[in-house]
Design a protein around this ligand. Sequence first.
Ligand code: ZN
Length: 198
Amino acid sequence: MELYSGYVNKLVDELAALPGIGNKSAQRLAFHLINLPEDKVQRIAKVMTEAKANVRYCRECYTMTDTELCPVCADPQRDHSTIMVVENVRDQAAYEKTGKYKGVYHILHGAISPMIGIGPGDLKVRELVERCAGDVKEVILATNSSLEGETTAMYISKLIKPMGIRTTRIASGVPVGGDLEYIDEITLTRALDGRTEI
Ligand code: ZN
């Protein structure tokens, strides 16, 4: 006999497939959802569907946005000749939270990882090189200090430097393998201020 109803099992399976949700958490969430009032569940489902249908990549920096250009790229006060390259939208949010960075971003959506078969073609690398053909003075490589992040930074610097663009790497001090989003604002500001030419 199955432990739970088929519908509960299906819900648990879907939730358990989400990142960071183990089987126990999935069960807890599933029962929580089932016990919620009908309208609340419908609201959650609607918000998820709407987000999926309306969120897209910014045509400049590839962050997630509701509009064609994200608020950072659309802001004329930002320095559009300085591009900070980050692995994901959460890393961008971490830097944006410091309020110290005045340039724009480029989101790669991952890092090069031969171990799991992720190459430059799976990331927004070509799009970055295309952006660099415009009026770009500096590219700040702010990928994580993990092996994948370092590999990605080296790979990109080899493409960008010959274009005559200043290419810098954020200072170490960002813990090795540490996800940028978990690092405090002071550390991030220091990493940015202490960036060096590569
Ligand atoms: Zn943008």
